[in-house]
Structure formats: structure tokens, C-alpha cells
Write a protein of this length. Structure first.
Length: 104
């Protein structure tokens, strides 16, 4: 669908895989649509997706588990989540319930 309706996104696809530099064809180390959004008065960076409504399925299902968030240094992960991981996983499953099944 990107090829037809969102060619500016499709430029970053090679052989049905994402994200590749449209000029060099080399894989990117970071999603080209992820934007840092500094929070005024805070030292923390938040991120925003420039193609949120057209994001890939992998992004729609992310994150699935707290370990995945920890490994990816996800900005949504908070210290209290690490202290009570079962409770945090239940909360994550509730938050993501419209995108994916609960993690088992």
C-alpha cells in the first residue's frame, strides 16, 4: 500500500524489508520516521512517529513484553515497572489491547 499511496515511505523499503537509506540502499540503524521531541523544562526526550497512522505492523504490536522494552531502552519503561514487573506487564497488555493480544 505504501508503494501506491505513500511513496515517501516506500522509498525506505528494499526487498519488502524496512528501513533502508533511499540513496545508498544500506540499512538504517534507526527508523527514519521517529522524531525526538524535547520536553520543555525536563531533561528527558520523548519520541513521536511521523507515520503513526501508516506505521508497519511491527510497530503496531510493539512492545510485547517488558524485557523487550528494557533491551530497546524504551522511553515508556519506568523504574517502578522494573520493581513490579508482573503488574507492569498487565498494565502494558491493557494499554496495547487494541493493537495485539496479551503476552503469555
Amino acid at each position: 500500500m505504501w508503494e501506491i499511496f505513500r511513496p515517501e515511505i516506500y522509498r525506505y523499503v528494499r526487498n519488502n524489508e524496512i528501513w533502508f537509506d533511499p540513496d545508498s540502499g544500506l540499512p538504517l540503524t534507526r527508523c527514519p520516521w521517529l522524531r525526538e521531541m524535547p520536553q520543555e523544562g525536563k531533561n528527558k526526550i520523548r519520541y513521536s512517529c511521523d507515520i503513526y497512522l501508516d506505521r508497519p505492523e511491527d510497530c503496531r504490536h510493539y512492545p510485547t513484553h517488558l524485557d523487550e522494552m528494557h533491551q530497546d531502552e524504551c522511553e515508556m519503561l519506568e523504574l517502578h515497572d522494573l520493581v513490579k514487573p508482573k503488574q507492569a506487564q498487565k498494565k502494558l497488555d491493557r494499554l496495547m489491547s487494541d493493537s495485539r493480544p496479551a503476552y503469555l
